[in-house]
Design a protein around this ligand. Structure first.
Ligand code: GAL
Length: 671
């Protein structure tokens, strides 16, 4: 049973670290929070050293005052366990709890999240303080949610020490039911004399002379994700024991190539799914990254979720940290709401003057309230209040994109046909045309129930188990449209190549067979019949039933099919054997989705994002202008623009240049 976060409207706030400031500042904090409409803050995230000055000696007096103050001022607390930053005294007592990297270097304390996930001393200390905290604040009226730890795996996803090695072996014994022969078989250890005769011979994939065994590395990634998950659920359980009805969350990071955790396994363990999202300064269209991230998190949550962190302006951890342009803070935040967020929070409330993040933006900047960021923060608070009724509404999509962390990990191991192939890049390439066309998308794992979808896309699914592959091909057989990208279905869950021709698991459904792969060099392209080009990849495909849609017009594969279409059962399966240039990919996906009967949320001018949330009694259409030109967009009769409260009587809404409109429409508008 999932516990829900009960707040009257959308949550609004940020990480609040008052312990970093003299108490005189706190009064100003709560006064300004009221001005901005902040109704929930995350507290205590990194304050272990202050709460437990020496092992077993606790001082909760400051946290008592903070929580009481928040309650008095009507601000709810998302109370964190401080376990992401163990104090110095802990490491002096337990130096073995410091993590070891793959080169055998033991790291030092002095920053944060530098502990071995398998350390018994760390686990015991973390559970002790989580238990103390849980019991002390179980009934505190300010506390509405537990924030377990912070961004598990952000800095210490892997530890290669001997304790971790032991934990890895225990995990392997469970996975392979104590059968060492089964492990040897799964890992293919007859290769390069890697056969194991004793469990104790197995170590983490530490730095070694040549390429480590792929399945060894893949199982290691699975283990590392599970090991951190077990810390998370252990903390959750001690909190739950103290306060059985308080929901628990932990903040995920599904984007910017953070891929240490298999969040499909994590999401069901949490009452509320939350995510952190930051823009990359080098991404010229970060609005697409926000949408993709939001769709993925909503899919993990199976409904509404919380944006636990993003930034009001520049971060401090990129090469050059770009500030946000006019209106960007508002567009960014409301774009997350459009994708299902029921709350918006920032890192952090007040910009730090000291410490490693002193140059990170915040809701209240160093400059104080006479600043563009503060005015934007106050405006956003008003916007979120105006949108209170969207809380609990959900996404509706006819298109699913297959996303799997196991497939990503396996694809991105060394010694692939091409190290240029990256799952997120491919997914983003396919997602972009859908985003531009206003097509709603869910993300699914290969074995998911696909009955709600007309169209399923698998841009990059290198690894798939038999059940996942059958689920996807069965969807086609029963009338669905499936589109598969190159190098998918290539290996099984143990990273063993599926023999007999590529793309192994999907050969039959796609009606093609490839006998050799021809990855392309960086910058190299091949011509495609019809005028476009392909990059990154090509392969010698032979149709075995599929119809050829386009072939290569130059290079060693001239005349060989690059895009194919196959009637399979009562459905259709497409194969995309290269990365088509953006225009060609757009035309292809437009054609496929039109044939599949998929319609956009709303047709909008270029650069105006459209996304829809469906409530019990109404639909909420979000329109966001990212190109600064503004737009008139048709809406249903009896619609209301919620940010202004204006009834829309002439059948259209004006999206101001660089602005946002959120339109409540009767539910009947979409099928
Ligand atoms: C997150 C982290 C925050 C803060 C933020 C800065 O990864 O959870 O504590 O460091 O990054 O962007």
């Amino acid at each position: 049973m999932k516990r829900t976060l009960s707040l009257p409207g959308l949550a609004y706030g940020g990480d609040y670290n008052p312990e970093q400031w003299p108490e005189e500042v706190w009064a100003e904090d709560v006064r300004l929070m009221a001005e901005a409409g902040v109704n929930m803050v995350s507290v205590n995230i990194f304050s272990w050293a202050l709460l437990e000055p020496a092992e077993g000696a606790y001082d909760f007096s400051r946290l008592d005052r903070i929580l009481d103050m928040l309650y008095t001022h009507g601000i709810a607390a998302d109370l964190a366990t401080p376990t992401a930053a163990p104090p110095a005294w802990f490491f002096r007592a337990h130096p073995e709890a410091l993590p070891v990297d793959r080169d055998g270097r033991r790291l030092s304390y002095g920053s944060r999240q530098t502990f071995c996930p398998s350390s018994p001393a760390y686990r015991a200390a973390a559970l002790r303080i989580a238990g103390e905290l849980g019991r002390r604040y179980a009934d505190h009226p300010a506390v509405v949610m537990w924030h377990v730890h912070n961004e598990y795996g952000c800095h210490n996803a892997e530890c290669h020490c001997d304790t971790s090695a032991e934990a890895f072996r225990r995990w392997l014994r469970t996975r392979y039911a104590d059968d060492l022969a089964a492990l040897n078989d799964a890992w293919g250890t007859t290769f390069w004399s890697q056969w194991y005769y004793d469990w104790d011979e197995i170590i983490p994939p530490r730095a070694t002379g040549a390429v480590p065994n792929p399945t060894h590395q893949l199982d290691w990634r699975r283990f590392c994700s599970d090991e951190l998950l077990s810390l998370c659920t252990a903390e959750r359980d001690v909190l739950r024991e103290a306060a059985p009805s308080t929901p628990a969350t932990t903040n995920f990071m599904v984007m910017y190539n953070f891929d240490a955790l298999d969040y499909w396994r994590w999401a069901p363990e949490l009452d509320v799914v939350s995510n952190d999202h930051y823009l990359r300064s080098t991404d010229p269209e970060s609005e697409i990254d926000i949408a993709l991230s939001g769709d993925l998190v909503r899919s993990l949550a199976g409904g509404p979720w919380l944006l636990m962190e993003h930034s009001t302006g520049a971060v401090n951890w990129q090469h050059v940290n770009r500030a946000k342009g006019p209106g960007e803070l508002r567009r960014n935040a409301l774009a997350h709401v459009a994708r299902g967020a029921d709350g918006i929070a920032f890192f952090q409330w007040r910009a730090a003057k000291a410490g490693a993040e002193q140059w990170h933006s915040a809701m209240l900047p160093h400059a104080g309230t006479d600043s563009v960021i503060w005015r934007d923060v106050v405006q956003l608070g008003a916007d979120l209040r105006a949108l209170a009724e969207v809380r609990g509404s959900r996404g509706v999509a006819e298109v699913a994109v297959v996303w799997d962390w196991n497939a990503k990990w396996a694809l991105e191991l060394p010694s692939q046909p091409s190290e240029e192939v990256r799952q997120l890049d491919l997914v983003r390439s396919w997602y972009e045309p859908l985003w531009r066309a206003g097509i709603a998308v869910d993300f699914v794992r290969p074995g998911a129930d696909l009955s709600a979808y007309r169209l399923v896309l698998a841009p990059s699914l290198y690894l798939v188990d038999d059940a996942g592959a059958e689920n996807l091909t069965g969807f086609t057989e029963r009338g669905g449209t499936l589109v598969v990208g190159f190098h998918s279905g290539a290996v099984d869950e143990n990273c063993h190549v599926r023999l007999g021709g590529y793309p192994g698991a999907f050969r039959e459904a796609l009606g093609v067979r490839t006998d050799e792969l021809f990855p392309l060099l960086p910058g190299e392209t091949v011509g495609l019949e019809g005028g476009g080009t392909g990059s990154l990849w090509s392969e010698r495909v032979r149709p075995t039933g599929a119809q050829v849609v386009s072939s290569y017009t130059d290079g060693p594969l001239t005349g060989v099919p690059a895009l194919t279409r196959h009637g399979y059962g009562t459905g259709t399966a497409w194969y995309v054997a290269t990365l088509p240039d953006p225009d060609t990919l757009t035309a292809l996906l437009d054609r496929i989705r039109t044939e599949a009967g998929v319609t956009p949320v709303r047709v909008t001018p270029e650069g105006v994002e459209a996304a829809l949330r469906r409530g019990r009694d109404a639909d909420y259409l979000f329109l966001i202008d990212h190109r600064g030109k503004g737009a008139e967009v048709p809406v249903a009769a009896d619609a209301v623009e919620l940010l202004t409260g204006r009834p829309l009587t002439d059948g259209s809404v004006t999206v101001p240049p660089g602005g946002v409109a959120v339109v409540r429409e009767p539910r009947s508008v979409l099928p």
